[in-house]
Write a protein that binds this ligand. Sequence first.
Ligand code: ADP
Ligand code: MG
Length: 397
Amino acid sequence: MITRIRIDNFKSLVDFDLPPAPHELGGFTCLIGLNGAGKTTLLQAFDFISQVATGGVAGWLDRREWQQLDFINNRGTKRVITFSVTLRTRSGETIEWNVSFNAYELRCTTETITAGAKILLRLEKRSLTFAGAGDGAEQRFDPIPFEYSGSVLSTLKLAEADPRISEVKASLEGLRSLELLSPQLMRRKARASREIGVSGEKLSPFLDQLSVESKDRLQSLLHDFYPQLTTWNIKGFRAGWKILSIQETFGGSRPVSANHINDGFLRVIAILSQSFTEHQMLLLDEIENGINPALIEKLMDFLVGLGKQGKQVIITTHSPVILNFLDDQVARDGVVLLYKTADGRTRACRYFDQPETGYKLQVLGPGEVFVDTDLTKLAARLASEPREEKTRSEGGK
Ligand SMILES: Nc1ncnc2c1ncn2[C@@H]1O[C@H](COP(=O)(O)OP(=O)(O)O)[C@@H](O)[C@H]1O
Ligand SMILES: [Mg+2]
């Protein structure tokens, strides 16, 4: 479970941390804020960190059609992104991964993984030291004998290393960003895949390879969302092409094969199906897109539920309807306001910890508070308060 990230020099994220200290990231987080505050950027930052761990940054840039330095903060001159990720392992231990990533070379120049005072891995000046598996004897390579892209974790033989090092990698591999989901691409035929694809373009083959049990479970989840849905199935074509087709029944009439599946349904099926994967963290941008409020309520219950079952969910929204479906405590802990300082840096605070909002939550629902509070004014007030920044960074040390 990822409990905190800090990142510096990634687009508008300059000396940024989430959540504000001393809090920890829980199972469910909902990012809100004005347009341009940095919500999508923050989801991209999580995705970027995951790509660093798995060595996929070059492909990630291509898929986004970004140039190499597009993700560097445009006000500075530094070409290095630094970040740290704090994780809590299954056994309850806290582990920190600290990284300096060179955006020209697309790889980490310095990395450390620490568990308390113990250094599990250190890469510095092309010299690599890590704690070994079993007896934990330290292994040292100077200079490092292999080429790597992103983090050394992407290439290192993890079976020979302390298992806590693998756990760091596994947690970041388990992050799935669905912020680019495209209904147009989800409708397409595609060939075998165990993943849904960055834009959902492999939805059909991904659904096809689910176990019989998962398919049944998905069918019953979907039925709850769309009672008119009778079945869904994947049609196979020659050479392994697959396409999703659903059948709907209206008023007792014969099932209709729906080749033109609506956008909202595709987004819902894509999101629900992720609960059958190993992914530990799901990121969803503007969750309300194309999904009507009645379904949103079910979807929010589902996502908050995933958070309680040990997965982590981070969504962004502009919709008070979404917030109204959250329990007060979930809202207090999980709703994070992003705003920008006068010089364009993104900052985060817990929305319901603010004097403008916290007391209102005693009498209004979270979404009603959102409607009743001038977001522009609140963001301006926070942006003008240097004191908060100071407390935050001191508190985080
Ligand atoms: N390389 C960069 N450096 C600094 N700021 C950037 C960079 N790229 C984009 N931005 C800022 O980030 C904003 C976009 O933020 P975004 O995360 O899309 O906002 P939101 O999703 O909250 O609406 C842009 O308006 C721009 O001000
Ligand atoms: Mg956005």
